[in-house]
Design a protein around this ligand. Structure first.
Ligand code: FAD
Length: 319
């Protein structure tokens, strides 16, 4: 079933979560071990992230350095298919622009279609670590908007280079979600242009939005308000990641360009006890989620990042 159907059908806040493919060489069972503890909350769908290649340098004979492209977490599509097969739960693979030509994207979409996966989250992806800014693949999509347009074209039976050969019997029917940023996307000069770009993704056919993680609900509620005022009417799903250690007070703002509220950082700075720190994060998450449910969030989407314990404790209080 499509995410939008889950959202439209439900009268209460849904539960969903996101997992990362395991590091190359790890067993698929490590994925099941992170899903099993959360099954009791009946997730409506499970997202699986996509990780593009990174470049490493290997020292070769004679001392020269060889630049090698590696993908540390392959397997997004295979994991989605395995989850559907094992748990009969809908999956949402993330598909990115970075590293894909349009043709490769089309082939990936055809794979998904043949596997019976009719959801996807369309993203641009970040810059490769060794490059300062995002550089699209030659012949690839530049913005998430372009990817949304490509998927919707395929939904209408329009394949690349065969614009006139419309054969609706083989068209796809993907439900497309896109990303939104309650604290603004870090590259965008201001909120109003970020919202304009978000609106363009929705007008191109995205049916819902999942937000970047945040710790201050006021930022989510005011973002929803701004979106509505800008004419964006689709469901906006808040993304929640329980904080669990002190290091994250610095790494989360650095990697996700978000703020950790003073009350939360102060509480965490005061302790050096790992268990206590985890408890502070869980308590914050419970309060955040209770307020989000009360405020009418259509679904709460948890970023588990392979760790389900805190999410389970929060979900027990909410769902
Ligand atoms: P876009 O919508 O393309 O926006 C990127 C920037 O460009 C924004 O500043 C936007 O305002 C601007 N922009 C958009 N359109 C235009 C235009 N036409 N002209 C000028 N500027 C424009 N990354 C991964 O690699 N793998 C994942 O699995 C993954 N999952 C994610 C899941 C969620 C819920 C979120 C919120 C992010 C995820 N990301 C993932 C990270 C994401 O790829 C980055 O945040 C990326 O920097 C932006 O992606 P986007 O889809 O929002 O891009």
């Amino acid at each position: 079933m499509k995410v939008i159907q889950h959202l439209n059908k439900s009268k209460s806040t849904l539960f969903s979560f996101e997992i990362l493919p395991p590091l190359k060489g790890k067993r698929i069972e490590s994925i099941y071990e992170s899903i099993d503890p959360l099954l009791e909350f009946s997730p409506s769908f499970i997202n699986v992230t996509y990780h593009r290649e990174e470049y490493i340098y290997k020292k070769r004979e004679g001392g020269y350095l060889e630049k090698i492209s590696v993908r540390k977490r392959p397997g997004t599509v295979g994991i989605c298919a395995a989850i559907i097969n094992k748990y009969k739960i809908d999956t949402v693979p993330h598909l990115i622009c970075g590293g894909f030509t349009k043709e490769e994207t089309e082939n990936a979409l055809i794979d998904l279609q043949f596997l019976g996966i009719d959801n996807l989250l369309a993203l641009r992806g970040d810059a490769v670590k060794t490059e300062g800014t995002f550089i699209p693949e030659p012949g690839g999509n530049e913005h998430a908007l372009d990817l949304v347009k490509q998927v919707i074209a395929l939904n209408n039976g329009k394949y690349l280079y065969e614009e006139d050969a419309t054969d609706l019997s083989s068209s796809s029917s993907f439900c497309v979600g896109v990303a939104g940023y309650p604290e603004k996307h870090f590259e965008c000069p201001n909120f109003s242009s970020d919202l304009k770009h978000l609106k363009a993704k929705v007008e191109a056919g995205a049916e819902y939005i999942v937000t970047q993680l945040f710790y201050d609900n006021e930022k989510y509620f005011s973002y929803v308000k701004m979106c509505r005022e800008a004419g964006i009417t689709v469901p906006i799903i808040p993304g929640i990641k329980p904080i669990s250690n002190k290091k994250q007070l610095h790494s989360l703002p650095k990697f996700f360009h978000i703020e950790v509220p003073e009350a939360l950082s102060d509480a965490m700075e005061k302790s050096n006890d790992d268990n206590k720190l985890k408890e502070i994060g869980i308590e914050w998450g419970i309060n955040q989620c209770k307020e989000l449910v009360k405020g009418g969030a259509p679904c709460i989407h948890f970023y588990t990042m392979g760790k389900s314990e805190s999410v389970k404790r929060i979900a027990k209080e909410i769902f």
